[in-house]
Design a protein around this ligand. Structure first.
Ligand code: PRX
Length: 633
């Protein structure tokens, strides 16, 4: 147990040093003593960044659901595992004990088996934030199927792309989803997606909204009907440490989304260890992460990390503004939430409404606050600290990525002090390094460079599904022998790390990663569009918003109609989250002599930072910059 709980600065320093000096011994001791294995490993770590080959706990055998459920169902069967708070505060909430969770997961696992799902098969999950989403994820893990959860805000085309990419043949969905006062018909989105799928599909349909939906006999299986026919016991599949556990798609700066592959053992150990310490979770605490399980935050810190620690994890179906902006505080008061983990974009949206929605709620149960997904600005940090935490709760600003599987850089309450807007220090075993363009380490304080990681950690993604070369090229080829994060960062005098944002063509809008190239590809499909360039610019609530510079192949067009059509195409191809906030039609785009669009200039124009545009002498058409500035919004 000794190095599992890090609750003093001394323990952190001692164990961090051990984790760097003898990583294999460190992780081996930790894994041995705190998890349940069928067989131990023959080797702790084997790695080669050049080939992007990473293996942890080689040849070990386990099932992650035994660690997340069975062992707690045995020792504490009545402990609450999941609390479900519905979208509508008038609807009754539900809770599931660890024993109940075991039965629900086993039933869902048996249903999947009757549908023909076997170890290694991919199962696509397209569900709202209902308990069945957690059951489905864990059911896949139980039988060794690889889950691919697709955020239920993605369009049918985006869903189809993800289904086709991993060649899954089973989709778990629901009739619909409640989001604030809206009902979204998920089943019709799935039906539409299936019409674009290259292989036959089966659908497991869960009832949520009770809308009338189209049922295709034999293809669509009704969860409620089949559930009563299957056993509530399901033997866990014995998995190899390096068998894939799940695929989760994330946007790349170019091309189609990348299916990041996470494997069983390393992911389990790291997600679990970080959860316990970064949130300083203690038995019987009520922990709430507001993310959607469609993102990595939900995978690691709603499901796997908390459950592995026998925690009580709250799942919220709704949105912060419904029925009004008090919803989060009402939930914290109702359940006496102890740890609250959310995104800066949510904090900004709520803070903008003023304090009237917060006043009167009892938030004294809170011990730790957290943020994730994007840099937090000082105003939002202050507001969160003073008003939500009553200047009492430490804030963990957790930096990590879909690719990293778990939190990499963060303060630890009462162990590593927080510093507003800084992610601060690496977690145990993490070796961050900030490099210059030429690959030299930057030692100067406050000088921004590229954030890399120089040594493997257990929960790192192992590959991109179906495209290992892309995995090598994206993460391991920019700097020799380093994992490149795609983020910029700098250090202060005390070694605290501040993340400055993406350094590639990924823009983070309301905490969602969006590659600009796929959006441009979608827009360019419009028959009047000649070319487009999308850039991000700072936005008060969303952190960043998208600005599109578009050239047309006609001079006859109705600007308003065209703007609407362009955003409709984006919604259809990717989803409403990728819509452009601003669109500027322009005669030309600034290009270098080799024909490359100079996005640097467009970024400055969009950010209204046109004082110094840098060297534009290499532009083929410098005059176009004046026109773009004159017409900018
Ligand atoms: O740019 C960083 C930003 O989010 C990116 C990863 O996005 P995604 O894979 O969707 O995972 C989000 C949830 C882990 C990073 O490359 N990011 C994430 N957390 C922070 C952050 N930027 C600044 N501060 C953070 N705490």
């Amino acid at each position: 147990m000794s190095n599992y709980i890090i609750n003093t600065t001394k323990k952190y320093i001692e164990n961090y040093n051990k984790s760097i000096a003898e990583p294999e011994k460190f992780w081996s001791d930790l894994a041995k003593n705190n998890f349940s294995w069928y067989e131990r490993w023959s080797k702790v770590l084997e790695w080669d960044f050049k080939k992007a080959k990473i293996e942890w706990f080689k040849h070990a055998k386990l099932n992650i659901t035994v660690n997340c459920i069975d062992r707690h169902a045995k020792s504490n069967p009545k402990r609450t595992a999941i609390i479900f708070e519905p979208n509508n505060s008038n609807e009754k909430q539900k809770s599931f004990t660890y024993l109940e969770l075991l039965k629900e997961v086993s039933k869902t696992a048996n249903i999947l088996k009757t549908m023909g799902v076997k170890k290694g098969d991919r199962v696509c999950i397209y569900l709202p934030m209902i308990p069945e989403l957690a059951f489905s994820v864990l059911a896949c893990a139980r039988i060794g199927a690889i889950h691919s959860v697709v955020f239920a805000g993605f369009s049918s085309e985006a869903l189809a792309t993800r289904i086709n990419d991993c060649e899954s043949n089973v989709i778990i969905t629901s009739d619909g989803s409640f989001r604030g006062d809206k009902i979204i018909n998920l089943k019709s989105i799935v039906d539409n997606a299936i019409s674009r799928c290259s292989s036959p599909q089966k659908v497991l349909l869960i009832k949520r909204t009770n809308q009338k939906v189209n049922i295709i006999p034999k293809r669509d299986i009704l969860y409620d009907e089949i559930k009563s026919k299957v056993s509530d016991e399901c033997k866990p599949e014995i998995m190899d440490a390096e068998d894939p556990l799940f695929i989760l798609y994330t946007s790349g700066s170019t091309g189609k989304p990348k299916g990041m592959v996470h494997t069983c053992a390393g992911y389990m150990v790291y997600a679990s260890y970080t959860f316990k310490n970064i949130f300083q979770y203690e038995t019987n605490d009520i922990y709430w992460c507001t993310a959607d399980i469609g993102w990595i935050t939900g995978h690691s810190y709603i499901i796997y990390g908390p459950l592995c620690n026998g925690a009580t994890t709250l799942m919220f179906e709704g949105i912060p503004s419904y029925p009004n902006y008090s919803r989060f505080w009402q939930i914290i008061e109702k359940y006496k939430v102890n740890q609250f983990y959310t995104a800066p974009t949510a904090i900004r949206a709520i803070a903008k409404q003023g304090n009237k929605f917060l006043n009167g709620y009892d938030l004294t149960s809170l011990k730790v606050l957290g943020t994730v997904g994007e840099p937090i600005n000082i105003e939002a940090w202050d507001w969160y600290y003073k008003n939500v935490g009553n200047s009492r709760c430490p804030i963990v600003d957790t930096w990590w990525q879909t690719e990293t599987g778990g939190i990499m850089i963060s303060s630890i309450p009462n162990v590593i002090p927080d510093k507003p807007t800084f992610a601060t220090k690496p977690f145990l075993g993490i070796q961050p390094i900030i490099l210059s363009e030429s690959g030299d380490e930057i030692f100067e304080y406050e000088k921004v460079g590229k954030l890399c990681i120089s040594f493997p950690w257990p929960s790192m993604a192992r590959t991109i599904w179906g495209d290992h070369n892309r995995y090598i090229n994206t993460y391991y080829s920019t700097f020799k022998n380093k994992y490149f994060t795609g983020d910029g960062a700098y250090k202060d005098k005390l070694g605290n790390i501040r993340i400055t944002g993406r350094v590639d063509d990924v823009v983070i809008v309301s905490g969602h990663n969006l590659g600009t190239a796929p959006i441009e590809d979608a827009i360019n499909e419009h028959n009047l569009v000649a070319e487009s360039a999308i850039v991000g610019y700072p936005h008060e609530i969303k952190g960043n918003a998208l600005y599109g510079f578009i050239t047309l192949n006609t001079e006859n067009f109705d600007e308003n109609i065209l703007m609407k059509q362009i955003n409709e195409i984006i919604s259809k191809r990717i989803g409403p989250i990728a819509k452009l906030q601003k669109i500027q039609f322009t005669k030309a785009l600034p290009k270098t002599r080799s024909g490359k669009i100079m996005r640097r200039i467009l970024r400055k124009v969009a950010a209204r930072d046109i004082g110094d545009l840098g060297d534009i002498s290499t532009l083929l058409n410098p005059n176009v910059v004046k026109e773009i500035i004159a017409n900018s919004q």
